[in-house]
Design a protein around this ligand. Sequence first.
Ligand code: SAH
Ligand code: F3S
Length: 480
Amino acid sequence: MEEKIIDENKQGEALVLEATNGNTRKLFIESYGCQMNFSDSEIVASILAKQGYNTTKILEEADLVLVNTCSIRDKAEQTVRKRLEKYNAVKRTNPKMKVGVLGCMAERLKSKFLEEEKIVDMVVGPDAYKDLPNLLEEVEAGRDAVNVILSKEETYGDIAPVRLGGYGVTAFVSITRGCDNMCTFCVVPFTRGRERSRDPQSILTEVNDLAEKGYMEITLLGQNVDSYLWYGGGLKKDFKNASEIQKATATNFAQLLDMVATAQPHMRIRFSTSNPQDMTEDVLHSMAKHKNICNYIHLPVQSGSTRILKEMNRQHTREEYIALINKIWEIIPDCAISQDIITGFPTETEQDHRETLSLMEYVKYDFGFMFMYSERPGTTAARKLEDDIPLDVKKRRLTEIVDLQLMHSAYRTKKFVGKTLEVLIEKESKKSDQHWSGRTQYNTVAVFPKENYKVGDLVMVKVEDCTSATLLGVAVDYAE
Ligand code: SAH
Ligand code: F3S
């Protein structure tokens, strides 16, 4: 077992994206890794639509194949390498097909990619997508093309993404790019650059446009959303040098949430990811104030041991994390909480591991994403710490963590049985064409008979039963 994820939205699975317009050239674009990659692919599709490309789900008919890549763990990179082999096989029958690599692997490997993988014609980092038209010209002229320049400003705030997923009901809206945190295990600050925030006006324009098109739910996206800060542009780290006026009129995340929730009171608002060190009480108050902000927080902890947290350069202790959890429960008593945990970080002892388990016992997370530590080249942990926990120990600890999370997920899910909860219908259930599948505000999946409801409806569902991760129920009238 390499890693296990308890959630419907599986990571590590590619999302092949498709949307149609009047264009003739065919783009096959797939995304690996985080939601930000998925959202970026929608920006790329928008840029390429202007270049005459229409997306397709059929790899064999593509003129251009783009793969948006993830570097977060070694396994994620291996998955992409395997995909490139597949493209290679297809290219034998379609020699004109061009292949571009986008995202974090492009940024990490740069032009080395062209040497290592002969199939690749183009390497484009996460801040260089606006250069795609020029890069494509190079490729069409038979030359390799590379742009991996990271930016201090680029937020793609002026691009209206082509919506490729979400069934016309849910959409991602990115609000920050990059990360300044430098967790010692993490490759993201190297592949996505320094943190910058997007103009709240452009965020609002995008949200209003989505509402007009009938979208019912948005997720505000960033590596560290609580760190959002708009003071007229520029890097987060340069805020200290901003003018007094800029400081006085700056918008933080709590204010942004308030603005978005007020502008679209009938739209559900979610956000991801929160970093414990940056989450303020004001954010919790914004959540409590607006019914349409979902009572759900993804709050990665990584480890329950203060010593390991320090080695990871997470800027909080176990006690501070617990204090934050208590604060969440005080302000939003029914708030659902999920985690990310890394097991087998260098020097992790059995005692450290038990502290992680005991922290989990305390919080009883609704669900979580749990990983074995994977050393990433160039990170501080790779440079300074030996990857010294044997694989079998990492695996055993991961199994213990995953098993405990399964119990907690079942406990949380069971607590909803007998309750009537609002569910946003997203799609047909995977298991039955007679049932809809949607999510509660707590991000729990709920399945119920279709009756006369349709995708995009907000329905009150009486929960009658559950599996470990899914609620089973029936729709009821609002009056009930
Ligand atoms: N702030 C980001 C975190 C990105 S990475 C966000 O938006 O989600 C997502 C998760 O991957 C991290 O929280 C961490 O648990 C895990 N991760 C990151 N680097 C890792 C590594 N080197 N090995 C194993 N897991 C890692
Ligand atoms: Fe990575 Fe830590 Fe930022 S996990 S994305 S460096 S908050």
